[in-house]
Design a protein around this ligand. Structure first.
Ligand code: NAD
Length: 381
């Protein structure tokens, strides 16, 4: 696994020619382009080329460095409104100038056959617009969570990808993280007896002065940003969709951070099997964990969804013990980049397709409605 086996052979055979075709000296072959096409391997003849849209924290610190650990994905293009970032990251990753785009030039990605997929890492309210434009440009899309800021936007994104015959995946990275995958298997497999209750908490004290606190850009407060991890976990640990939602919001509106978005929401989801999930989403306290409670014990993940350091403890039949796994060959970031690439290459559907983002957004809208109207909301199919 990984790209550690890239040989000089590939560079000799493929990359020099590619660079020449771009009008570049082969000596400019860089990490992105030299980071290996599988020349001569007919079954996996090429890596899927990604364009990253939005060069902020998550894109530059977590996503872009992890292409190095991918087997089927490579970084080929950048889209940003800041010329200095295009220059900085373009140089660092060896992206030629003609593969660096401003937002105004975004639709020109249509004419670049090396871009197979576009990864949208923009503020939430821009996800729908850029995902739809990417699909219209004939590209597959990986879009960060939350998928968008409303059910209607999610539906429009799914429709655009379908119309284009392209894939749409949402950046639910925990689904590519081994401990979360094991938790799903254990919870759904009844390892601690049938699941009766799930608790899930996610939050952090947010710093002022960022787009996350501007509803026009974020679409909402903690629920859209960090609480979605509690919600998504409750859904993936059960494999069910909630039939009833109730929520209570606690926001100090005199706190300048919370002029337009909510701070804390506590919400309860009832699932068809009778499982109940008690969840917290917060912008003023530090939480990261969930617990699956069955008739014979519990599975605790704390922390559950950080970038690294997931920790699992299981109590079963009166015995409590940590559960550890060997380090994965691919981390969760490389895993999700490769997953979409593999789906494209094999013609399969991502495990976290647009419908998964839409399902979360339906529940988020119900959570907001329940909190505003102070009543239970029944979910209709
Ligand atoms: P960020 O503020 O660091 O980056 C956002 C980028 O968008 C910046 O480069 C900014 O210049 C650009 N941008 C373009 N148009 C903009 C506009 N009109 N207003 C403000 N910025 C604009 O944010 P981030 O933390 O990188 O988050 C980006 C997306 O990634 C969000 O949707 C967020 O939810 C998601 N995210 C996901 C994870 C995860 O673990 N899956 C982690 C962090 C962020």
């Amino acid at each position: 696994m990984g790209s550690g086996n890239m040989g000089s052979r590939r560079e000799v055979l493929g990359i020099g020619a590619g660079m020449a075709a771009l009008g570049l000296a082969p000596g400019l072959a860089s990490r992105a382009f030299a980071a290996d096409r599988k020349i001569g391997d007919a079954a996996a003849d090429r890596k899927i080329g990604y364009a990253i849209v939005g060069l902020g924290y998550y894109a530059t610190r977590q996503i872009m460095p992890n292409f190095a650990g991918c087997e089927n994905a490579r970084l080929v293009a950048l889209v940003s409104g800041t010329p200095a970032k295009l220059e900085q990251y373009g140089s660092e990753y060896g992206i030629p100038p003609s593969y660096r785009y401003s937002y105004d030039q975004f639709d020109r990605i249509r004419d670049n056959p090396d871009i197979d997929a576009v990864y949208i890492v923009l503020p939430n309210s821009l996800h729908a617009e850029y995902s739809i434009r990417a699909a219209q440009a004939g590209k597959h899309v990986l879009c960060e969570k939350p998928m968008a800021t409303s059910v209607a936007e999610c539906q429009a994104m799914i429709a655009a990808s379908r119309k284009a015959g392209k894939k749409l995946m949402i950046g639910y990275r925990s689904r590519f993280e081994p401990y979360n995958r094991l938790a799903i298997e254990l919870a759904r497999g009844g390892h601690v007896g049938p699941t009766r209750l799930i608790t899930a908490e996610h939050g952090f004290p947010i710093q002022p002065g960022q787009w996350r606190l501007d509803k026009a850009l974020s679409g909402g407060g903690s629920m859209m940003d960090i609480g979605i991890y509690s919600l998504n976990a409750a859904r993936y640990l059960t494999g069910e969709e909630p039939v009833e939602v109730s929520a209570v919001e606690s926001t100090d509106r005199s706190d300048p951070r919370f002029r337009t978005v909510e701070d804390r929401i506590s919400f309860v989801l009832r699932f068809p099997s009778g499982i109940e999930a008690n969840c917290i989403s917060s912008y003023s306290s530090a939480h990261n964990g969930y617990r699956v409670i069955g008739t014979q014990g519990w599975i605790a993940m704390e922390p559950a969804t950080p970038y690294v350091g997931q920790t699992m403890t299981i109590r079963k039949d009166g015995v409590t013990a940590p559960r550890t796994l060997p380090p994965p060959a691919r981390n969760q970031f490389a895993g999700q980049l490769d997953h979409l690439a593999e789906c494209i290459l094999k013609g399969t559907t991502p495990i976290v397709a647009g419908e998964e983002g839409l399902a979360d957004m339906r529940v988020i809208e119900a959570i907001y409605r329940s909190a505003a109207e102070r009543r239970h909301i029944e979910m209709t199919a």
